[in-house]
Design a protein around this ligand. Structure first.
Ligand code: SF4
Length: 441
């Protein structure tokens, strides 16, 4: 095992403050950094010695022998369940990274816990595998969060295509009348928080609103399993489930790894999946839509869901390119990165008109996954002399782009094409599934 690099910022909020120094011995579960404001405790994920404390990370040299045991969270005997969740340093492990102890510290007055099991990014499957293998643990987490936040009901939002996981859940929920299942269509994005609220509760929230405005909390599958571990086992949050996929010697099927120590390098996980198979395009940390290019040395964090090795990019030989940015796909910086790797020249940038800019500069979609029409943007690209366009849109909008772009002689790439081709997934062009399944079971 190589060095473990534990980043001091793995959550929404300020970076944590280190409380260890070089030379300190640490165990799995030793508290090594604490929040200075909004944030979550950070623990060592291995037995070892602190090598170096840097401004943004703590580097630990792991012992050769690693035990399964861990140091439990340090809470009083009579600590509440909420205090245990807070002490365990759990954050939204679906990628958002919001501290869970803050999110669930509310009174829903009989409202809803919505379990985000959409696992919307194509290629990732660790959430679904966790439901297949550990449904009981996830359901225990649901019940604890319902108790803490005074929710009356819970709904699993899961794509209908995951037949095995749905079957396991149905069986496990036989005697749980307050917890039901809502089946989602296989389109992107279904896992966006407000899309989950809309699909499960029929309430459309505008982009400035949180699910709390619909008397609900949306919470990811793995996060709930970590809540159950914190309460049942007093286990700190120091490991992560993730999927490694792509151009790998181990094959392009998803390689799912559970309980990987936070701070493990991307390269080490790729080696576990067989190593890179020949020449490649880029390595992405995260999903095909929202992930960013990364390096073999980069460490995984509490929010890392995917590591993707892609095939090479096509070469546009400097041709003019228009970029169409979506709130739920790559941001402009990422789209420019993809364009540069395709050897294109950006001549125009447009934004889906439903992508609203929030106060913090981030984009949020007004109605995730429901297209407002894209012909106007295509006209702009044409006017700006683009030959190609690279789009980052949701399933529905990609479909609409294709309604007008080819007629205007604009050649279309999707930001995810190189990933989809690598993993043998249909390209985001034409929507072939019905938009809604809309089914409660
Ligand atoms: S409607 Fe527009 S902003 Fe919203 S998800 Fe689709 S492409 Fe993105």
């Amino acid at each position: 095992m190589g060095s473990i690099q534990i980043l001091l910022r793995q959550h929404v909020g300020a970076p944590c403050e280190p409380i260890v120094k070089a030379g300190d011995n640490v165990e799995k579960g030793t508290l090594i950094a604490t929040p200075t404001g909004l944030g979550a405790n950070i623990f060592s994920s291995v037995y070892g010695v602190v090598e170096e404390v840097k401004e943004d990370r703590i580097i630990i040299k792991p012992d050769e022998e690693q035990k399964e045991t861990f140091v439990p969270i340090n809470v009083p005997e009579d600590a509440s369940k909420l205090d245990m969740v807070k002490a365990a340093g759990i954050v939204g492990m679906g990628g958002a990274g919001f501290p869970t102890g803050v999110k669930i510290d509310t009174d829903l007055q009989g409202g809803y816990i919505l379990i985000n099991a959409a696992e919307c990014e194509p290629g990732l499957r660790h959430n679904i595998q966790q439901i297949e293998e550990e449904a009981d643990k996830v359901i225990r987490g649901v019940k604890y969060v319902m108790e803490i936040s005074n929710a009356g009901k819970a709904i699993f939002a899961i794509k209908k295509k995951n037949g095995k996981a749905v079957k396991v859940l149905k069986e496990a929920l036989k005697n749980e009348p307050a917890i039901s299942i809502h089946l989602l269509a296989d389109i992107y994005p279904m896992g966006e928080e407000r899309a989950v609220v809309r699909e499960c509760l029929g309430i459309e929230l505008d982009p400035t609103k949180l699910p709390l405005a619909a008397n609900s909390i949306v919470i990811n599958v793995e996060t709930l399993a970590r809540v159950a571990e914190a309460i049942d086992e007093k286990k700190p949050c120091f490991s992560k489930n993730l999927t490694v996929i792509g151009k790998l010697n181990g094959g392009n099927e998803p390689h799912v790894y559970m309980d990987v120590p936070v701070g493990t390098s991307v390269g080490e996980l790729i080696e576990r999946a067989g190593g890179i198979d020949g020449v490649y395009g880029e390595i992405i940390m995260g999903g095909p839509f929202t992930g960013k290019a990364t390096t073999l040395e980069a460490p995984i964090t509490k929010t890392t869901g995917g590591i993707i090795v892609t095939m090479e990019f096509p070469d546009l030989h400097g041709a003019n390119v228009g970029l169409l940015v979506c709130a739920c796909g790559g941001d402009e910086e990422r789209m420019r990165d993809v364009c540069q790797k395709m050897n294109g020249t950006v001549v125009s940038v447009a934004r889906c008109k439903q992508a609203m800019e929030m106060k913090n500069g981030a984009l949020k979609c007004e109605r995730p996954g429901i297209c407002p029409g894209q012909a106007k943007n295509n006209l702009q690209f044409k006017k700006d002399k683009a030959e190609y366009i690279i789009i980052g849109n949701c399933s529905d909008c990609s479909n609409t782009v294709m309604g007008s772009a080819p007629k205007m002689k604009l050649k279309v790439f999707h930001q995810t094409d190189h990933v989809m081709r690598t993993i043998g997934h249909p390209l985001y062009r034409y929507l072939k599934v019905s938009k809604t399944v809309d089914q409660d079971i």
